[in-house]
Design a binder for this molecule. Sequence first.
Ligand code: NOJ
Length: 740
Amino acid sequence: MKKNIVFALIAASLLTACASSGKSDKESKIEQKVDSVMKLMTLDEKIGQMVLYSSDWDVTGPSLKKGYIDDIRKGNCGNIFNAHTAAYTRKLQKIAVEESRLHIPLLFGYDVIHGHKTIFPISLGESTSWDLAAIEKSARVSATEAAASGINWTFAPMCDISVEPRWGRVSEGAGEDPFWGSKIAAARVHGFQGDDLSDTLTILACVKHFAAYGAPLAGRDYNTVDMSERVFLDMYLPPYKAAIDAGAMSVMSSFNELDGVPASGSKYLLTDILRTKLGFKGFVVTDYTSINEMVNHGVASTEADAGLLAVKAGVDMDMQGEVYFKYLKKQVEEGLIPGKMIDDAVRRILKVKFMLGLFDDPYRYCNEAREKREIYSPAHLEAAFDVAKKSMVLLKNDNNTLPLQKGEKIAVIGQLAASTRDLLGSWKAAGDWNFMKSTLDELKIYNGEANVIYAKGCKTSGTDRSGFSAAMLAAQRASKIVMVIGESWDLSGEATSRTSISIPGVQTELLEKLKTLNKPIVVVLMNGRPLDLSKESELADAMLETWFPGTMGGKAITHVLFGEYNPAGKLTMTFPRNLGQVPIFYYEKNTGRPLYLPNPKYKSRYIDCPNDPLFPFGFGLSYTTFAYSDIKLSTTELTEKGELKASVNVTNTGDKDGEEVVQCYVRDLVGSVTRPVKELKGFEKIALKVGESKVVTFIITPGMLAFHRLDMSYGTEPGDYKLFIGGNSREVKETEFKLK
Ligand code: NOJ
């Protein structure tokens, strides 16, 4: 059928549909357009829309298997991922819209997780900025660059709560807290999608990994997840929900099982929770071959059976597994799957394609001129620099070792100092480390080449100590030592679980040696997970957590070290004293035998280590100091329809202007089920000049205190509460109120 005839048919049926339904809103118009396309589709073409294949990246540039190109042409593949550049996606789109029978445009997906070309800090790093506007902007910049390079769909945000530092993917999330995780999830969705998906500066978001992927047993990626429904609903579900409420139109089912059912075959997750409870209206794509993997999980004996489970559970699109492509048609023809199920899935996918404006102009995301203009634009680099600085967390600063003084002689030690690749972290999308400067380059630019003496010392891994003596010599010639240590970029991200969360290799050993020189030591950390820093925090005079800070990371580190920017980041995952404390998180339960009992032995504690972490959730220092007044409450009795205002006066008591993240927590003292000892309910990031004070007020409403009660209903329970305000989850002011 010729292209113009198809479009004429669509237009004609659309006019009829609009006239008869009388609906005028955008959504119903799109639905009518979808119906008119559906009417023209064969079963093969419908299944083709439910298929997603990956393109490759050869030395010569992007490529796609010959068979997949034929599939696009035949209408057997409606979606591609990992293909990018305006020119290449245009080439593939042309095949879809000019050579396939129905000319349906392709979706182009990509893991634009923390940047497309301009790379921002890893998501865990961004979360420690406590700056939602900056986080949203990072997503928008990423979307703008990706959208100019042919991408219209990102596999982000990752909304997986995790308390597992062994799990390498904590680097991709927002940390351990459901409240903060939810705010970030919504900000990222809005950043990627904007208010209108058809805006060519925005792309489709994908909420992943649905669900509870962040809780694999023993922190081993892809491992079994088993948790109570209450914990799932109260702690793990909220960020996914927030992302869906913010309008995300696609969701990725996760690799893991939950309560014995792999997510991609879970009707409970993908239909009952996702569609019925959360009201999700977009489409569900699997994670990579996760339908096929249900055979390994042991819930299907063949891939065909796994496909049946997936489609019945609510999976609309099969990522890379070729299961839908191979078996769905026959299963529909044999009556194993109702045709309506296929129609519903295809309808959801086409709806999103219409929302993206792809039917109006399939090439709208393949714009070479825009690509040239947007990629690495000065404004984008500035945004990346801004978030990178904001994401850094000052963990220690004895004797005001930091900030460094411009012009002082520093020895810079460590392989990571001279690396550009590591600054980008995992999922660097199209980010190019040849384009950027290392931390060492930036330190030299800022402080003068003659004032920066570099020695690698050792690698991040292995046992080679041959560079130690050169490092010691370099350190002897300087007044301060800046040692950049941590994990290489490939120790975090997917499939990078570790059984040790220590600094790898002999880096700490070199630090110990440097310590013998009796010079102030600044440890600059690069890593994608909470680490056991008990040794390093003893040896270092100052310690700055920089994560993997992205394209502008080297400059951001330099500016923070020299006090051009006063650090204000606060941890969003607890840093344990050692691995044995893991999982450790601030919203633990009290237990029947809490630590504060006078009995010295029979209580919930370790005999060889304190219970509390090395650095608690919410922790981070500044080059200045802050003092908190006691809390003032507007009332001590919160009524069902009322609100309670809790205020503190915060003063900058140091000698530098700075910013503070003021945090508000509550504790429900008696419930029908046990309740966490603290739950974050609000925060405000304030800027205070030297000597300045500000009153920060949090508003608590009953709705904020709701949880899944004993009978699994969601709501509040009257009773006594504690309320805490402070600069981290451990050091807080405290008061009490009653919920009537
Ligand atoms: C597997 C990962 O789990 C997921 O996060 C990613 O989006 C897909 N692969 C596609 O690259």
